[in-house]
Design a protein around this ligand. Structure first.
Ligand code: ATP
Length: 202
């Protein structure tokens, strides 16, 4: 029976974490089949532009933003692996650790480019995907990406849930301009950003 329970993996740069992320975590934790949600900060990825806060700062901000949410744990597993962050490596590592039935949670913008992820076919053989809507990505585009990936055996659930339309990029810009409001992120995270002078130089 316990094998039916799934572990959700929510990876991201979290640069910084925002209320879109928290919304997603709460929605995932609400699903009865989900036992635990692992928030997994990644190393600074090469394709991201702009200032990337240190790993330590991003982990600290994730703790401030997400600790205390139901079923949610911050995991340093991806950060603990050698070399660049690759989802396929993380999933292999989690499987070795005995994590069964992993579900990778991603936003529609990531999903639409999923076929460009390193070793995406192997990723799909190691987990299923739950996908959140995101502004700017049409349902048609999502359905067509889903259909294409299902042809190679992927297990994909499109969640009909649209989180608040916020991005870390937008937050970094508004911090630099001095007009970031507490509407976009946890108050403690905003305090942390201010007291550590993050995102001033982008
Ligand atoms: P950036 O603006 O720096 O690209 P981001 O806001 O997309 O950052 P990430 O840490 O890269 O944040 O996101 C982690 C995951 O959460 C990704 O799969 C992304 O698609 C998804 N995600 C983040 N914010 C939202 C949102 N507002 N709606 C839907 N999905 C989101």
């Amino acid at each position: 029976m316990s094998d039916l329970k799934k572990i959700a993996i929510f990876g991201g740069t979290f640069n910084p974490p925002h209320i879109g992320h928290s919304f997603m975590l709460k929605a995932i934790a609400n699903l009865p089949e989900i036992e635990t949600v692992l928030v997994m900060p990644a190393k600074a990825p090469p394709h991201k532009s702009g200032e990337i806060a240190s790993t330590e700062d991003r982990v600290n901000m994730c703790r401030l933003a997400f600790e205390g949410l139901p079923k949610t744990e911050i995991s340093l597993d991806e950060l603990s692996l050698e070399g660049k962050s690759y989802t396929v490596k993380t999933l292999e590592y989690l499987r070795e650790k005995g994590i069964k039935n992993p579900v990778l949670v991603i936003g529609a913008d990531s999903f639409i480019n999923f076929h460009k992820w390193y070793m995406f076919e192997e990723i799909l053989s190691l987990c299923e995907l739950y996908v959140f809507m995101r502004g700017g990505v049409s349902k048609d585009a999502l359905l067509s990406a889903k259909e294409n990936l299902e042809k190679i055996g992927a297990k994909i659930t499109l969640l009909d849930i649209l989180p608040p339309e916020i991005s870390s990029t937008e937050i970094r810009k508004s911090i630099k301009n001095g007009d970031c409001s507490g509407r976009l992120l946890d108050r403690n995270v905003l305090e942390y950003i201010k007291s550590h002078s993050l995102y001033k130089d982008e």
